[in-house]
Every structure is written in C-alpha cells, then in structure tokens.
Design a protein around this ligand. Structure first.
Ligand code: PLP
Length: 388
C-alpha cells in the first residue's frame, strides 16, 4: 500500500503545495471567455457578474444575504464597522490564526483579547474563551463580540461558542476565510453567527485570481449597513454619505472568475475530503492527524498534522523538500507572541499553552483539489520512512 520512498516515474509533474495550475488547466477556456465578457461589456466596477456571484454564494450557503467585497480582511472590517466596534471594546479572537483576524479589531481602536486553542481541532477553546471574557471585564474592557476562526477549513464549535456568546450577550462574526464550503451540523459556513465572512485569496478553498472576499448574514438590517459601508457609507442619495465606510468592492473580473470556479467547487470539495481521508489512513499511526468534530465537514484549506515532540521539524521539512515535497508551517508564532500584538496580552502572558505548543509542532502537507493518488502515496511513503 505504501510505496517505496522514491519518486515514481508516473509523477510527471512536481508536487505543488497548493496546485493552482492543474485547476486552471482544467477550466482555462471558460475563464478566458468569462474575462472576455467583462472586457466586452466594460462594467469593471459592480458589473452584472458581481450580483450574479452574490446570488450564487447565498444559494450555496443557504443564507439570505451574500455581499461580495475586496478581500477577507475588509470583510472582517466591514463586519466590525457594522457592529460599531470602538475604543474600550474587547473582541475575543484565537491567538493561533492569521493576523487579519486580530488586525481589524486593532483598526477599530478596540482590544483583541487572545484565546487559547483546542489541541485536536486547533480551533478556539470555548472554556478558555469564557476565562478570557472574565479577565477582560476585570481589567475594565467592555466585551462586545467573538471572532471564531475555522482554522485550516474546519468549523469551530459554534454551538459551544454561541452558548458563551448568549451568556455574555456578545455577537459572533465567524471568520470562515479558510472554510468556504465546509459545514457545521447541517449548516454551511456562511450561515453561522450574526455575520460570517470568507476570503477568495487564490490559495483559499474557493479562490479567484487576485483578492476577493464576502460577508454573509441572515439579518436584513446588517446586510444593508454592510452594503452601504462597502461603498464609502453611501445612503439612498449617492452624494449624501450617511456613515464612514470604505472602498471595499469586489472587481467584476474577479466575480466573473469565481462564477466559473464555483461550478467545479463541489467536486473539488469531494476530492479534498478524499485526499484528507487518504492522509489520515496512512499517517494516523505516526503523527497526530487533524480532528474534525462530529456532524461537521472541513473544506481542507490545509491538511495540518502535529509532529511527535522528538521530531526536529526544521530538519524534517528540509528532508521533505529534498525529496520534492513542499511543506509549510501555519503558524510559527501565535499572535499574542508577535511584535505588533504582544502588548495586548501583557497582563496574562504565558497562559495560552496549547497554541504555543501548536506553533512548535504543526506541519501542513500539500493540499488542493488536485493532489494525485500517486503523489499522496509517495508523500506518505516518504513520511513513513522518515519516522522509522
Ligand atoms: C486569509 C485569511 C484572512 C484574510 O483574508 P484576505 O482575503 O487575505 O484578506 C482572514 N482570516 C483568516 C483566518 C485567513 O486565513
């Protein structure tokens, strides 16, 4: 079953960490035609494709409103602006995430409060969340909301998080930048929380060929506020802006590209799951494989394992690279240890042991909708050899 650790002749193309080229090869004529249509009609800003995409995104997620925007970071910022977050407010975020999750909180002048993660799913720990809320109150901050992250494509435990949110009367903005296409207990990511966001950065599960993002909500009022904020806070009279907003629109060309990509996306999600299943089956005896909680599916933005303590990760990565296998570490430093964010955490430094451990032992393996079985067998075979 596990092949000898020699790159087989049948692997004609080198293994990519995220194989965007194979996907493009598959749909290049459709993409070319879609871009040409935009060039022909010339509505580069808020053209018909933008509204068509929003309709399709809402249908895909089973949510009332999908509002496209320039990128996932702006999507988070638009959510916080819509919620009127400001100075003195505390917003609870996992420390083990991409910087954007906390960055937008700081933009508002509010305080990101960093929360520890669970060791199996790598997602925010609801018990530590409650502790964080109590600590924030003690130091005089005003808790307003939680931004759980669906790390590596796996939905956070939203029922447990919502229970905490209800107890303390907080809103939930789900950061689904990595999890578009995943589902949590019968609900698609996008149809969770007061608001949810995603990113269409090229390497995310559903990516465009540039920057892009979206915000989702079932709340009509929030939707109309976000739509206004996205275009400088415009009101019904275009020249009377009613709130301070931003230029946060998605380009028509990117919408046109996404309309073509979303057609093959359900199929890619199935392939990603098969790839994860294969990794799980081959690797579960030698490393800690990612845990997906019951009744939940992952979009598998990353396939991230935890290495046993005795393994030298840097050396392993170098050896794998030598064998033609690219790997990445997401993330080498939790946010509460990073230069720009450290000061927010000073009072309780050292209290997030799980994310500090994760930063030391996680390793992400090649993943996309286009990793071939021969490549997977090869990767797993090499890993087995390294662990002997
Ligand atoms: C990628 C990412 C973002 C930001 O999305 P961009 O489109 O790159 O701005 C936010 N949160 C998380 C968890 C991400 O992975």
């Amino acid at each position: 079953m596990i092949q000898a650790a020699k790159q087989p002749e049948s692997i004609l193309k080198p293994i990519q960490f995220v194989d965007l080229k194979a996907q493009q090869d598959r749909i290049r004529p459709e993409i070319d035609a879609a871009i040409k249509r935009v060039l022909d009609h010339g509505a580069y800003i808020m053209g018909p494709e933008v509204f068509e995409l929003e309709k399709q995104l809402a249908t895909f997620c089973g949510v009332k409103h999908a509002i496209s925007c320039a990128n996932g970071t702006d999507a988070l910022a638009l959510g916080l602006l819509a919620k009127n977050v400001g100075v003195g407010d505390a917003v609870f975020v996992p420390s083990f995430t991409f910087a954007a999750t906390a960055e937008v909180v700081a933009w508002m002048g509010a305080t990101p409060v960093f929360i520890d993660s669970l060791p199996g799913t790598y997602n925010i720990d609801p018990k530590n969340l409650e502790l964080g809320i109590q600590t924030a109150k003690k130091v005089g901050l005003h808790p307003v909301g939680i931004i759980p992250v669906d790390l590596f494509g796996q939905p956070a435990d939203y029922d447990a998080i919502q229970a905490v949110a209800d107890t303390y009367n907080l809103w939930v903005i789900a950061d689904g930048a990595q999890s578009f296409g995943a589902s949590y207990k019968g609900r698609k990511v996008g149809n969770i929380g007061d608001l949810a966001i995603t990113s269409f950065f090229p390497a995310k599960p559903l990516g465009c060929y540039g920057d892009g993002g979206a915000i989702f909500t079932n709340d009509d009022e929030l939707a109309s506020i976000v739509k206004s904020l996205r275009v400088h806070g415009q009101g019904s009279d275009k020249y009377d802006n009613v709130r301070i907003g931003m230029n946060g629109r998605l380009d028509t060309i990117q919408a046109a590209i996404l309309i073509e990509k979303i057609k093959i996306f359900p199929e890619e999600l199935i392939t990603r799951q098969q790839i994860a299943d294969t990794y799980n089956a081959h690797l579960k005896d030698i490393v800690q494989v990612p845990l997906v909680i019951a009744d939940t599916t992952s979009a598998w933005a990353q396939y991230t394992i935890r290495l046993p303590r005795e393994v030298n990760r840097a050396k392993l990565m170098a050896d794998l690279k030598e064998a033609g296998i690219p790997t990445m570490v997401y993330y080498t430093k939790p946010l509460h240890e990073q230069t720009a964010y450290r000061h927010y955490f000073e009072s309780s430094r050292g209290a997030l042991p799980v994310c500090e451990a994760l930063a030391k032992d996680v390793l992400s393996l090649p993943m996309s909708g286009h990793v071939e079985l021969s490549q997977l067998n090869y990767i797993c075979g090499v890993l087995h050899e390294k662990f002997q």
